[in-house]
Write a protein that binds this ligand. Structure first.
Ligand SMILES: [Zn+2]
Length: 605
């Protein structure tokens, strides 16, 4: 009977490889790190080269030593003789080991052929034993990447943005901006089948002009490999995140299965809010409504209440399908204003919304005029029933919702959920003076990045850019009116964006702000733990009141590409998860509905 309740996901079925692990073969649970020590490689030739260039010979390996020991990961160092001697196996790390001779290159090839794992960084293997440059052939052939260029002197384009929920970076939030200090060494950019991090600028754009992957992973034959394009010298400007990244990467190389909570519900991999700041030219909002409705998409309309009052009938119609939320009462920021003044302004805002809708209790979202607010604003908003807040792009380093800390100590059921704007908005585009066609390209680029990084996309547009086509397109002087209020500047770009969203909806979750915030709050009610009992792996879920968590997904990284994952409830009444192969290296356990309580499963990994 137990077996009948046991669902087996044959991820291999999708990819033509079936590898059923026997039930007792569950050695490497998350709770354990019993595997052999990570082997850090160093050689005299690289040390000499670094010394010659005025550097500290052991600088790169020292970064790994310190990071692994902070994470409690066993390590040992090996040199050329031991590598070539060829007995060792497990995880080999080559920290910017620039000089490799032919015997070393062959030994690394044998290591991989025996099913060992290898991670290398930056300049590894780019120099021959006599100091002659050898290019990137070693990196390309060993890691299955193609080097597209290197990043030097690129100013603000030095953020490592890791992908969320990936097998090798899942401990970091999607798109977390990790600044890579310029330590004088180039960052190697690559293109690869499986990338899990890119080098971007502050708004996740790619200023490098070539494919900007800096973190690639793969399973090649029996071996797992990871290449990091950035040197260890750059880690110290994002050290805590780097520790996390290194620990997750090593675990994947060591084939230790991991279980982590997916950012988004179901088997969907990213999320999207389309919202309008509905203010000047209020009536133009109907144009976006028509477009959204045509694609069966829903959005959020943040309304400036003083201009909403005369448009009450229209707003009520919008509210039938879409979310109505607050954009203040007049278009003036809140930041730094005295509390009493903020309170009276917000009271007026709520009063005006009641005038419009009759009952404003369903209005629980806010977006500050000019994105200008402070902790006082959020405290006052919460007291007025606001539950979520669309905030500016600087509010978070990552591309995920987060809980407001405006009122310290508040638990997550009470705290406001902040949704950071993560994309260029129409004002950014107008400032850049780009045409509608170029604006569409930039928006679609943002969408690709959001989806790839498995983050939250927040597209913000303004009512005054949704004017009638052929209307006030020209400035009084007769020039092109790029981004001018009252024009149809955003109609065509938004139409193209919505078309792309509609096509992507199976894996990209498109929802109004309130639903995204509600999900984030529900997700936070769940904690999971993986433990071992005898030789079996147990997954334990704790769901805090009020429960009601829909479509929570736990992602499992199997031991090998396409390997099976199964979950079997230890108590027959506990809900059975759906098992969905997300890709070759990740399987999702999706729980359709979890009430408050605790749940236990046997995992077969
Ligand atoms: Zn505004």
């Amino acid at each position: 009977l137990g077996l009948r309740r046991c669902i087996v996901a044959l991820a291999g079925w999708l990819f033509g490889v079936v590898a059923l692990a026997p039930p007792t073969d569950a050695a490497a649970a998350q709770a354990e790190r019993a595997g052999p020590a990570v082997q850090l490689y160093t050689n005299a030739a690289t040390s000499a080269l670094v010394r010659q260039a005025g550097g500290r010979p052991d600088a790169a390996i020292a970064v790994w030593r310190a990071s692994l020991s902070r994470s409690g990961i066993a390590q040992r160092e090996i040199g050329r003789d031991e590598l070539i001697g060829g007995k060792a196996g497990g995880v080999l790390v080559l920290p910017s080991v620039a000089v490799l001779d032919d015997a070393e290159r062959q030994a690394i090839g044998r290591w991989l052929a025996r099913g060992g794992s290898v991670l290398a960084s930056a300049s590894t293997g780019t120099v021959g034993p006599g100091g002659q440059p050898r290019g990137h052939a070693f990196i390309e052939s060993t890691f299955g990447v193609r080097v597209t260029g290197s990043a030097r002197n690129v100013g603000g384009g030095r953020f490592l943005a890791p992908f969320g929920d990936s097998p090798v970076t899942h401990g970091l939030p999607a798109g977390q901006r990790m600044w890579l200090r310029d330590a004088g060494e180039p960052i190697v950019l690559v293109t690869a089948d499986r990338v899990a991090g890119r080098l971007t600028d502050y708004v996740f754009a790619n200023p490098h002009g070539v494919d900007n992957g800096v973190l690639a992973f793969d399973e090649r034959g029996a071996a797992r490999v990871i290449y990091l394009g950035f040197p260890e010298a750059s880690w110290d400007s994002a050290l805590a995140d780097m520790d996390r990244l290194a620990a997750d990467a090593i675990a994947w190389l060591a084939r230790e299965p991991r279980v982590f909570k997916a950012a988004w519900p179901g088997a969907r991999e990213s999320a999207q809010l389309v919202e309008m700041d509905t203010e000047w030219y209020f009536e133009y909002a109907t144009r976006l409504v028509e477009m959204l409705d045509r694609h069966a998409l829903r959005g959020t309309f943040y309304c400036l209440t003083s201009v909403a009052v005369p448009a009450a009938a229209m707003l009520k119609r919008i509210g039938v399908r879409h979310e109505i939320a607050y954009h203040g009462e007049v278009h003036i920021g809140f930041k730094g204003l005295p509390e009493a003044e903020q309170a009276s302004r917000l009271d007026r805002m709520v009063r005006e919304m009641r005038l419009v809708l009759g009952d404003a209790s369903a209005v629980t979202g806010f977006r500050a005029p000019l994105e200008s607010f402070d902790a006082t604003t959020e405290k006052l908003l919460r007291a007025r029933g606001v539950r979520h807040h669309a905030v500016h792009i600087d509010s978070s380093r990552a591309r995920l919702p987060f809980f407001s800390t405006a009122e310290p100590g508040l638990d997550r059921e009470q705290a406001i959920v902040n949704l950071p704007r993560t994309q260029l908005d129409d004002l950014n585009l107008a400032e850049r003076n780009v045409s509608g066609a170029r604006a569409a390209e930039l928006l679609l680029r943002d969408l690709r990045t959001v989806m790839e990084m498995r983050g939250l996309g927040l597209l913000s547009v303004h009512s005054y850019h949704f004017g009638p086509s052929g209307g006030a397109r020209s400035s009084p002087a007769g020039g092109a009116a790029v981004g001018r209020p009252g024009t149809d500047y955003m109609v065509e770009p938004t139409e193209r964006y919505l078309e792309a969203l509609a096509r992507a909806r199976a894996r990209h979750w498109i929802a109004p702000a309130g639903e995204i915030a509600q999900w984030w709050r529900a997700r936070a009610r769940v904690e999971h733990r993986v433990t071992r009992e005898a030789d079996r792996v147990q997954l334990e879920l704790q769901v805090r009141a009020p429960g009601d968590v829909r479509e929570l997904a736990l992602i499992v990284t199997p031991r090998a590409r396409g390997a099976a994952v199964a979950a079997m409830p230890r108590v027959p009444e506990h809900p059975l998860p759906r098992v969905v192969a997300l890709d070759e290296f990740r399987v999702a356990l999706v729980f359709d509905r979890l009430g408050a309580g605790s749940y236990r499963y046997w995992l077969n990994l």
